[in-house]
Design a protein around this ligand. Structure first.
Ligand code: ZN
Length: 147
């Protein structure tokens, strides 16, 4: 295993043990909540996105869930990343993540753009785990479409 693989593995474990933005925020203001399940692995994520009064900026992303470390770490990493983004930026972020995760290891996530979530790059080589990593991102996409 390369040093980078080791670092990425530690990042995933760290986020799954110390999830960021865990615990759903109050339902005040413009918001939407999305519940997503990955029955194959038993992962569940409930994610709430709140949008600022400008109607564009993501004010916060909070979530609760259970399941494997990849699904939980991914939700934690995404929440960190998405807060403060515009809807457009978040849509591009999600589209790029989906493309990379479905690339079977061909496309790497850029650490400058994806931060800690770049650690999920390696998941794209394991098609059975792609849904685990995608779950929170699908939930955010769904929530933003309705918030
Ligand atoms: Zn899973």
């Amino acid at each position: 295993m390369s040093d980078l693989d080791t670092l990425y593995r530690e990042l995933i474990l760290d986020h799954s043990k110390h999830p960021q933005h865990f615990g759903l925020a109050d339902e005040d203001g413009a918001h939407a909540t999305s519940h997503q399940k990955n029955p194959v692995c038993g992962d569940e994520i409930t994610l709430r996105a709140r949008v600022a009064t400008d109607g564009q900026t993501i004010r916060d992303v909070t979530w609760e869930g259970s399941g494997c470390s990849i699904s939980q770490a991914s939700a934690s990493m995404l929440s960190d990343l998405a807060v403060g983004m515009s809807r457009t930026e978040a849509a591009e972020l999600i589209a790029g993540f989906r493309e990379a995760l479905r690339s079977r290891g061909q496309i790497e996530l850029d650490e400058d753009v994806y931060g800690d979530a770049a650690a999920l790059t390696g998941v794209s080589k394991f098609s059975a785990r792609v849904k685990c990593a995608m779950l929170a991102w699908v939930a955010l996409e769904d929530a933003l479409a309705r918030a």
